[in-house]
Design a protein around this ligand. Structure first.
Ligand SMILES: C[S@@+](CC[C@H](N)C(=O)[O-])C[C@H]1O[C@@H](n2cnc3c(N)ncnc32)[C@H](O)[C@@H]1O
Length: 216
């Protein structure tokens, strides 16, 4: 598949956003060294900065993340929370989130993050049905996205934001593209979001595609 963004433009974008600090840079390096085959799952510096800005701009106090890996995006979200805010972080891997826990301490955000190791759909279904969530980031198994979305929208306060990652699947979502389970699932959630009258949304060509979804 072709790159969605020209590599030279991509480098330029990275060079013109707030630089990652030492903790994030070291986390990215350690993730590449420890898990070379999985490291591509980690969000990039510019997407991390986008998450911090969006969390800050929504004045988020209660946040949820689905898909932690080694904790990069969780640090970015936790840093954008208002004073006293918290992030419920969902993942199934003790190994990957072991690295996350270490870096959350180093980043000074460990006390703001509540990590739940369980299938995320179970964690979300067990949450109170009240609309108290200000911000959510979904970046886990693609076939689970629709379920995560449907659990989160009713729990989102009016004005709250859901961010979906990898909504372009390297361009494969367009008609005639591949039909893997992940691509089919992402097409389904993309179609659901745009038809859902509870929300307004915009899909952005940031990295592998990011959709911003605001509860009306
Ligand atoms: C793309 S990675 C997340 C990357 C992360 N946001 C970051 O910034 O590095 C996807 C994560 O989803 C987790 N995951 C996969 N299936 C899951 C499920 N059913 N419930 C919760 N987490 C799941 C994986 O263990 C993996 O850590």
């Amino acid at each position: 598949m072709p790159d969605i963004i020209d590599p030279a433009i991509s480098d330029y974008l990275l060079a013109h956003c707030t630089p990652a600090d030492d903790v994030l840079r070291e986390l990215a390096a350690e993730t590449r060294a420890a898990f070379p085959d999985a490291a591509g799952m980690q969000i990039t510096q510019d997407e991390g900065e986008l998450l911090t800005l969006l969390t800050r701009l929504t004045g988020a106090r209660v946040a949820v993340e689905v898909g932690v890996f080694t904790g990069y995006s969780a640090i970015c979200i936790a840093r954008g929370l208002t004073e006293g805010g918290s992030l419920l972080a969902c993942d199934v891997s003790e190994e990957w989130t072991g690295v996350a826990r270490e870096y959350w301490k180093r980043a000074g955000v460990a006390d703001r993050i509540d990590l739940r190791i369980a299938p995320a759909i179970e964690t979300l279904r067990a949450l109170s049905a009240d609309p108290v969530v200000d911000f959510a980031f979904i970046d886990a198994d693609k076939t689970g996205y629709l379920g995560y979305y449907e659990e989160l929208v009713p729990r989102l306060r009016p004005g709250g934001l859901i961010v979906l990652d990898n909504v372009l699947q390297q361009g494969r979502v367009v008609a005639g593209g591949a039909q893997s389970d992940s691509v089919v699932a992402i097409r389904q959630v993309n179609d659901r979001v745009v038809a859902d009258e509870r929300v307004e949304s915009v899909m952005l060509p940031v990295r592998d595609g990011v959709t911003l979804i605001r509860r009306r």
